[in-house]
Ligand binder design. Structure first.
Ligand code: AR6
Length: 198
C-alpha cells in the first residue's frame, strides 16, 4: 500500500469517496466545496440540507465528517469534513486537522470504501500553512495505512504545483517513497480501471 499524490481537479476522480473541505453549515461555499457542489448537481445541497443541525447553523462541527451520496460526480460518496480556520496554531488547529483525515478514514472503513481522495483541507480560504498541513496529511494517512487494510488507495490531491511539492516533501520526510505517485495526466477513466483492478 502507498499514499498517492495527484495534481488536478478532485471532482474528476472516479474513486469510492472524495473528501470535501466544507464549512460547518455544509450548504456549500467557494474553493473545492463550490467545485464539488457544481459537479455533483443541486441534489448534493438538498442532501446536505437534510442532515440534522447539531446546533444553530452547524451540521458538521470542525474536525468531524459526514457522508452523502455523490450524485452526478464519478465518485460514489462525498465525505464532508470541516477543517480548522488557521489562527496562530495554538487553538488546536493541528489536532482538528488531523481529526479531519483520521475520522474520514474511519468512516471510509465503515462504508467499505477502497479508494479515497483528499483535497488539501484548510489550505485555501482557511489559511492553514501549506507545509504544516501537508505534514499532518502525510502523518495521518501513513499511520492509518500501517494499521488498516482499507481503504487501500489513499490519494492526496494537489490543485496546484506548490501543494504537490509540499506533499512530496512531507511524504519523503515521513519516510514514504514518492516515486509511486499517481501521474498527473492519469484520467478519471484510468482511475476507474485501476480501482476496479485492485
Ligand atoms: N480540486 C482539488 N482541490 C481544489 C479544487 C479542486 N477542484 N479547488 C480548490 N482546491 P478551500 P478550506 C484546493 O478554500 O481552506 C469554502 O468556501 C485549494 O487550492 O477550498 O478548507 C468552504 O465552504 C486548496 O489547496 O478550502 C469553507 O467555507 C484546497 O483545495 C472554506 O472554503 C482547500 O481550499 C474552507 O476552506
Amino acid at each position: 500500500m502507498k499514499i498517492e499524490v495527484w495534481q488536478g481537479d478532485i471532482t474528476t476522480l472516479a474513486v469510492d469517496a472524495i473528501v470535501n473541505a466544507a464549512n460547518e453549515t455544509l450548504l456549500g461555499g467557494g474553493g473545492v466545496d463550490g467545485a464539488i457542489h457544481r459537479a455533483a448537481g443541486p441534489e448534493l445541497r438538498d442532501a446536505c440540507e437534510r442532515l440534522a443541525l447539531v446546533r444553530p447553523g452547524v451540521r458538521c462541527p470542525t474536525g468531524e465528517v459526514l457522508a452523502t451520496e455523490a450524485f452526478a460526480l464519478p465518485a460514489r460518496h462525498v465525505f464532508h469534513t470541516v477543517g480548522p480556520v488557521w489562527h496562530d496554531g495554538h487553538r488546536d488547529e493541528p489536532a482538528l486537522l488531523a481529526n479531519c483525515y483520521w475520522k474520514s478514514l474511519q468512516l471510509a472503513e465503515k462504508l467499505e470504501v477502497r479508494s479515497i481522495a483528499f483535497p488539501a483541507i484548510s489550505c485555501g480560504v482557511y489559511g492553514y500553512p501549506l507545509y504544516q498541513a501537508a505534514q499532518i496529511a502525510a502523518t495521518e494517512t501513513i499511520a492509518w495505512q500501517r494499521g488498516h487494510r482499507e481503504p487501500r488507495r489513499i490519494i492526496l490531491v494537489a490543485y496546484n504545483s506548490a501543494t504537490f511539492k509540499a506533499y512530496q516533501q512531507a511524504l519523503l520526510a515521513a519516510g514514504q517513497p514518492v516515486e509511486e505517485a499517481c501521474p498527473a495526466e492519469r484520467s478519471a477513466q484510468d482511475m476507474r480501471i485501476a480501482t476496479a483492478l485492485e
